[in-house]
Design a protein around this ligand. Structure first.
Ligand code: HEM
Length: 586
């Protein structure tokens, strides 16, 4: 007998699971108290026991159900950026740029899409203070018609490193000491040890120790992807792009002294309450654009490397261009479901946006979905806050795993010829965007060079005013007071001297420690030293580079000739469109 309309599983699924939103908005008055399997219970505090004062009964499923779920309430917090706040809103394109990208959200002026944003501090745990001196994370999930685009950015245009294998080391030094369990708020030895051995961090250190180190909540700060990405148009022509989010509220900061007066959840409170009051924060989306040839020229003539996350693109040469705005106008109804479980991934890029060869970006493309599978579970993309919202119904051959919910029904779990899935023709010619990366495999570690100090020097000399310089010296020397090792500080002062001798002199006065004269004679355990000719000093940590390359003359930059164009040969497989990019090479 066929299942009836009332008793079929199909009917059950249709009524019970048709709307996530129904559950999200349900009020307590519409809700009957029941165990997890739906059996009503007269009161949540009752237990079953033997007699009036005897032990409890194992058969008391209500109590066991309650306790065992409670025991499993926590998921691992993010390994970095654990403390954060989020909200929902929408993006609107203000200038179409089909000349630059075929990404649908930039295809038409006025085009909108829903977004979810999460802001965060970096080093602290999930309960840590919102007003820590720390970069701020700024992640945006754009739910485009062509799948999700996640921009996982910070409030600073640069980062502490450009060699990705350093990231876990660097982060460990921002976390708790393995033995004392103290953070750098009490003992800054690890903090300065890392920075004094990895001088390419200096640009970010200057920003961190300056006024931007403690923004006044999340509404009053800008966001920067920092990494170079590629925008690809319908012809397959591409340009390098930097993405900026500019706060339309302006920027504000909190001083080190004042930060002690603020609530630990200040930024959460500020964001939530502003949205609740109807004061919706907004940011513009702006881009800088550069051709491949300009990127080569920028390296050859100015030694600015677009694949180097510690370098910035000069805005006088590559002006910002506004292409959109986004607004946050909805608070999360449930923080855990909509903010804690949101999962951003720099590899989530719709057609028209591609990664560059920046090695830190390349590593991040792997790291985020890997950690999401650990932190949330293999089916994390099925959660409503993470699920894409596409104009087409999509499917694939990913099946099962923990908590499979949308498990793709009865559709074949392999590439079936009997019941075939549909394909859309390729819209991006990857062969064309892949540039010209040919050469032997090499080992690589970057080296510190004179050009790495140009932008930090400009920051000190041209951007900071007298008050900002004074606060900077106070912030750095205050942090140095918490360092137990003088040798580390002598090295760090030498690095500051390369930025500007005035910084070193003022720090020497404030700390009473005489730093080294400069970095030419210093060996670093984290980087090769391009200031030195002596191999014992030049190569990181006394490395023997007689075999293997490790250090290169272009420091990983796109030097002249990198972007030679390549042409493809086409030979498509069943149902695929190979006119745009080649499938087989003859
Ligand atoms: C090799 C370098 C890096 C690695 C391996 C790395 C890894 C990670 C990991 C594992 C997480 C936790 C993600 C989660 O649990 O959902 C995370 C979070 C985050 N990272 Fe990175 N990261 C790197 C560099 C960067 C850089 C350069 C930026 C900014 C330009 C950045 C911005 C963020 C942000 C904003 C978050 C928080 C995302 C959220 O709000 O959920 N990270 N990173």
């Amino acid at each position: 007998m066929a299942p009836s309309a009332e008793t079929s599983f199909a009917a059950h699924a249709a009524t019970q699971f048709s709307s996530y939103e129904r559950d999200r908005q349900k009020t307590s008055t519409e809700t009957l108290y029941a165990t997890s399997n739906g059996v009503p219970m007269p009161h949540p505090y009752e237990t079953q026991r033997v007699g009036e004062n005897g032990p409890l009964l194992l058969q008391d499923f209500h109590l066991i159900d309650l306790l065992s779920h409670f025991d499993r309430e926590r998921i691992p917090e993010r390994v970095v950026h654990a403390k954060g706040s989020g909200a929902h809103g929408f993006f609107e394109c203000t200038e179409a740029i089909p000349d630059l990208t075929l990404a649908d959200i930039f295809g038409e002026k006025g085009k909108k899409c829903p977004i979810t944003v999460r802001f965060s501090t970096v080093g602290g745990e999930s309960g840590s203070h919102d007003c820590a001196r720390d970069p701020r994370g700024f992640s945006v999930k754009f739910r485009t018609d062509d799948g999700n685009w996640d921009v996982v950015a910070n409030n600073t245009p640069v980062f502490f490193l450009r060699d990705p294998a350093k990231f876990p080391h660097f982060i460990h030094t921002q976390k708790r000491d393995p033995s004392t369990h103290l953070t750098h708020a009490d003992d800054s030895t690890m903090f300065w040890d890392y920075l004094s051995q990895n001088p390419e961090s200096i640009h970010q250190v200057m920003i961190l120790m300056g006024d931007r180190g403690i923004p006044d909540g999340y509404r009053f700060m800008h966001g920067y992807l920092g990494h170079t990405v590629k925008f690809v148009n319908a012809n397959g022509d591409w340009k390098y792009v930097q993405i900026h989010f500019k706060s339309m509220q302006g920027t504000k900061f909190i001083t080190q002294e004042a930060s002690a007066e603020y609530s630990p959840d200040y930024s959460q409170k500020d964001l939530y309450e502003a949205i609740d009051r109807g004061e919706f924060p907004k940011w513009t989306v702006e881009i800088q654009v550069m051709s491949a040839q300009e990127a080569e020229k920028l390296w050859e003539e100015q030694h600015i490397n677009v694949f180097d996350l510690t370098h910035v693109w000069p805005q006088s040469q590559f002006p910002r261009r506004k292409i959109g705005e986004f607004t946050l106008n909805e608070n999360a109804v449930n923080y855990f479901a909509e903010v804690e479980q949101v999962a951003f991934n720099p590899a989530h890029m719709p057609p028209g946006i591609e990664p560059s060869a920046d090695p830190v970006l390349q590593s991040r493309l792997f790291s985020y979905p890997d950690t999401h599978r650990h932190r949330i579970g293999v089916n994390y993309q099925q959660l409503p806050v993470n699920a894409p919202r596409t104009t087409y119904k999509f499917g694939n051959f990913q099946r099962d795993g923990s908590m499979a919910f949308f498990n793709q029904g009865a559709r074949p779990n392999y590439l079936s010829s009997i019941d075939p899935v549909q394909f859309r023709a390729r819209t991006v010619n990857l062969d064309k965007t892949h540039s010209h990366f040919t050469g032997e495999a090499i080992t690589f570690l970057s080296e510190i060079r004179a050009e790495d100090f140009i932008a930090p020097r400009k920051l000190w000399q041209d951007v900071f005013d007298d008050g900002a310089r004074e606060r900077f010296i106070k912030n750095v020397s205050g942090k140095m007071e918490l360092c137990k090792n003088e040798e580390i500080l002598k090295r760090q002062i030498a690095i500051f001297r390369e930025v500007d001798p005035e910084i070193a002199q003022r720090l020497e006065k404030a700390t009473g420690i005489k730093g080294y004269e400069g970095i030419a004679n210093m060996r670093f355990n984290g980087t090769h030293n391009g200031f030195s000719k002596d191999p014992k000093v030049r190569y990181a940590n006394g490395m023997d580079v007689s075999s293997g390359k490790s250090v290169t003359s272009n420091n990983g930059a796109p030097s002249a000739g990198t972007h030679k164009s390549c042409t493809g040969v086409t030979n498509g497989a069943n149902g695929s469109n190979a006119t745009n990019g080649h499938i087989a090479v003859q």
